[in-house]
Design a binder for this molecule. Structure first.
Ligand SMILES: *Cc1c(COP(=O)(O)O)cnc(C)c1O
Length: 364
């Protein structure tokens, strides 16, 4: 049983859930990296390994979201993201595994190798993919949502918001904090002083914060912004928090109605660079360092930027004497063998340009 349900049996009775993850994910010390940067208490939570079918942070949310889709006997799910969306790919793969068809409504983004990879993986999972021009705000998702439901006459699909960050999806990361506590109790890590995590739709960081508060831990969550405020605003973060806590409290009153306090969610917005999915020099340096010292792969859109923030805070002495935990949200499994012989021309025409134009360089 997942630790959140152990603590709150009322949630287990009333929340939809289908097991998709290999939990707990590994948590270990980054000894070589720690030595290199002169910080002893440097740990990683490897959510890259949530699932061999396709890992990363989104699978924790999908256990609840796709759980609800199954419970209500949906045959199709629709979700939203940018072209290389890890979330859309994760949804496609896991929906397919559960016998559901998925529809990905995608918005144009900067090109990169992982965009190609994710599109082809989605194709192997029989996803129906649509691409649209991006408008730089959240209204855009709402418009796509309308388009998505109109594309599907007859029975409506199960709708998963961008990033899977509805209260139900966010519950996956409330549980992740409880999972961390079981690993603390097992002696894998002392209580962390800070958890650094990339922040896109914010569900991951908000869920961790709620879990940490329910547990009464003193750990600080440091969300590192990787997307513009026009998509994930302060107001959006606050409502993600308040809606989730209300949702959980209504289901199990043993969960207190916690209040959102901005100081508990100190977003670091110094590492976004020129924008979402635009790689930065600091991010690239962090990727190289992790690869060389620990053999762990990070990416230029999310995890490289978050790691760059943590490394700089260590360098500046802000973490002296403190236990730092990096929450790795990036899928760690390699699917090159499955996609290497695929022809991108089997994808919708509008997507071909991602295979025909240059990609951003990832230094290695
Ligand atoms: C989606 C994603 C995130 C951000 O998670 P949110 O819950 O949307 O904030 C971080 N890292 C990776 C690799 C992701 O795919």
């Amino acid at each position: 049983m997942i630790p959140l349900f152990k603590k709150y049996p009322g949630l287990q009775e009333n929340l939809p859930y289908t097991s998709l993850c290999d939990l707990p994910t590994p948590l270990f010390k980054l000894a070589r990296l720690g030595k290199q940067v002169g910080h002893n208490d440097f740990y990683i939570k490897q959510d890259g390994l949530t699932s061999k079918r396709y890992g990363g942070n989104k699978i924790r949310k999908l256990e609840f979201l796709l759980g609800e889709a199954i419970k209500n006997e949906y045959k199709r799910v629709v979700t939203y993201g940018f072209t290389g969306s890890n979330h859309a790919t994760a949804t496609a793969v896991h929906a397919d595994f559960l016998g559901m068809q998925s529809i990905s409504m995608l918005a144009a983004q900067e090109n990169a190798d992982y965009v190609r990879t994710n599109l082809l993986i989605s194709k192997t999972a029989n996803a129906e993919i649509h691409l649209y021009k991006t408008r730089k705000n959240r209204d855009f998702w709402n418009r796509m949502l309308l388009l998505g439901t109109r594309l599907l006459p007859g029975k409506s699909p199960y709708v998963i918001p961008s990033g899977g960050s509805s209260p139900l999806g966010i519950t996956g990361f409330v549980n992740a904090a409880f999972e961390l506590k079981t690993q603390m109790d097992a002696g894998l890590i002392p209580e962390p002083d800070a958890i650094y995590v990339a922040m896109g739709s914010a569900g991951t960081a908000v869920g961790l914060l709620i879990g940490i508060q329910l547990l009464g831990l003193k750990t600080k969550i440091i969300p590192v912004r990787v997307i513009e405020t026009s998509f994930t605003s302060e107001e959006r973060i606050r409502s993600a928090y308040e809606d989730t806590i209300l949702f959980l409290h209504e289901i199990d009153p043993a969960i207190p109605l916690l209040n959102y306090n901005r100081d508990d969610f100190p977003v670091n917005d110094q590492y976004l660079g020129k924008g979402y999915a635009k790689f930065t020099a600091e991010g690239m340096a962090a990727i190289t360092l992790l690869k060389e010292t620990e053999g762990i792969l990070l990416d230029g859109t999310y995890t490289g930027k978050a790691m760059a923030a943590l490394l700089d805070d260590i360098k500046a002495g802000k973490m002296n004497g403190k236990v730092a935990l990096f929450w790795n949200t990036l899928n760690a499994y390699d699917f090159q063998d499955q996609i290497k012989n695929m022809d991108y021309k089997t994808l919708p025409n509008k997507l071909h340009r991602y295979f025909e134009t240059e990609v951003q360089k990832v230094t290695d």
